[in-house]
Design a binder for this molecule. Structure first.
Ligand code: SAH
Ligand code: SF4
Ligand code: F3S
Length: 440
């Protein structure tokens, strides 16, 4: 039989990247081989995201661009899945807009993806399956991991927080935690296979176990995983500031493998806006959490997500955000312009902000964070740090890796060091990424 090829186009967050590894696992089991070339592919999958409007727009453009190829290659199968299709009515309207799309599936339909494809192939009929309601966790899919030495492991799915700007709870459903033993066994085998950095994933890892019928929280989970012997690092994301507590911080502090690095999305520095966002903490309470972390682990990196332009955000509210960003002195921050998402509470709020004002605010915010990054970079000058070599950058001709605080460092080596912990001395500091030389 001829080789059959698949390609996956991935949008959105780390969760989606990992989910795409599961899709790849299913396809490989069905006998497909990976390709990066649309022309070679027998099946092209889009794993979509709808967190912001531009994520959706780029997806629509990319699917549309396949029309001529599909005309030329009748057997080509195009499948669209993920968060975007799970929104109210969007899956159906994608089927209408793109008559050449063969399979549309929701975020809860991954375990059935093989059947959907087989149906399409057998019957020649287009298939759509979008399951509403609770997710049933499927432990039987073996992901095809593509990021050695890094590996991602879900600890939970879904979100119960309903931040008023956010579409995730609507497209990913309610929180569901995996059994501790399933998570621990997966991490164990990854370490045995030689993976060096394991990142535990959840929309809000701190609520791990809260809605489950076992009495075991996230701090317990990382403490247990940390006992696994081996040369590896453990990370996790994301944290919700309302749920970060001393037990978790101490678990990080007392561990051997957990990186001293915590992603703590703040969103806004204005208590008024935080309330409108339904974040369940005030500006002061957030800064308290930052203090809690730095009190126990002074060197801990804290990174964040910050948003501008939420409805009713005044210049004063924005300046509160800028002030908080300076005060917290983040080791890195993802900055976002608020994007209206149909179906969320904020969509129907009054007081939406002008695009030009949003643009101005994001530029000012980015400047502030860049200045902090530069200051922090300077402190690296001349320092020797241990990094995990993760990749080789063809264009730059450098290997690259991150220290435990998440800082990317580029360095030259004449031998392949991917997957090894390497000591490098930082010789050049620019923006957020640094250049180093191998020690010795
Ligand atoms: N569950 C994680 C990640 C959520 S999505 C968390 O709570 O941290 C990642 C980030 O996207 C969010 O932290 C938020 O800053 C941003 N985001 C979510 N919805 C958005 C929207 N409608 N417009 C702009 N940014 C948004
Ligand atoms: Fe969205 Fe808030 Fe849940 Fe994060 S915690 S996924 S921002 S609703
Ligand atoms: Fe992630 Fe986008 Fe869905 S951020 S959870 S892929 S909406």
């Amino acid at each position: 039989m001829d080789n059959k090829f698949y390609k996956i186009n991935i949008y959105g967050c780390q969760m989606n990247v990992h989910e795409s590894e599961k899709i790849a696992g299913i396809l490989e089991e069905m006998g497909y081989t990976f390709t990066n070339d649309d022309n070679l592919a027998d099946i092209i999958v889009f794993n979509t995201c709808c967190i912001r409007e531009n994520a959706e727009n780029s997806l629509i453009g990319h699917v549309g661009a396949l029309k001529p190829l599909k005309k030329k290659k009748k057997g080509l199968i195009i499948a669209v899945g993920g968060c975007m299709t799970q929104q109210n009515g969007v899956g159906e309207s994608l089927m209408k807009t793109f008559p050449f799309v063969d399979v549309v599936f929701g975020t809860h339909n991954l375990h059935n993806f093989k059947n959907l494809l087989e149906n399409r192939i057998k019957t020649g009929k287009r298939v759509i399956e979008i399951k509403e309601g609770d997710l049933s966790i499927c432990e039987s899919i073996t992901p095809k991991r593509t990021s050695y030495p890094n590996a991602w492991v879900n600890v939970m799915y879904g979100c119960n927080n309903f931040c008023t700007y956010c579409i995730v709870p609507y497209v990913r459903g309610r929180e569901k935690s995996r059994m501790p033993s399933d998570v621990i066994n997966e991490v164990k085998s990854l370490i045995n296979e030689g993976y060096k950095e394991i990142t535990l994933l959840g929309q809000n890892v701190d609520s791990y176990g809260k809605t489950a019928d076992f009495n075991y929280d996230f701090a317990d989970l990382i403490t247990e995983i940390d006992k696994i012997e081996g040369d590896y690092r453990l990370r996790f994301m994301s944290n919700h500031p309302k749920d970060v507590n001393e037990k978790l911080v101490l678990a990080v502090k007392n561990s051997k493998h957990v990186c001293r690095s915590i992603h703590l999305p703040v969103q806004s520095g204005s208590t008024k806006i935080l309330a409108l966002m339904n974040r369940k903490y005030t500006r002061e309470e957030y800064l308290e959490k930052v203090n809690l972390i730095r009190r126990h682990i002074p060197e801990c990196a804290i990174t964040s997500d910050v948003m501008v332009g939420f409805p009713n955000e005044t210049e004063e509210d924005f300046l509160d955000t800028v002030d908080l960003v300076k005060q917290a002195s983040f080791d890195g921050a993802f900055t976002f312009v608020y994007s209206k998402r149909k179906g969320t509470k904020a969509y129907d709020m009054d007081g939406h902000i002008d695009e030009a004002v949003k643009k101005d605010r994001i530029m000012r915010l980015v400047d502030v964070q860049n200045a902090i990054n530069r200051e922090k970079s300077k402190k690296y000058n001349g320092k020797t740090v241990t990094i995990l070599c993760e990749d080789y950058d063809d264009k730059k001709g450098f290997y690259q890796g991150r220290d435990e605080f998440g800082r990317m460092i580029y360095f030259y080596s004449n031998k392949n060091l991917i997957g090894e912990f390497v000591d490098v001395t930082v010789v050049e500091t620019g923006g957020i990424s640094l250049k180093g030389e191998i020690k010795g």
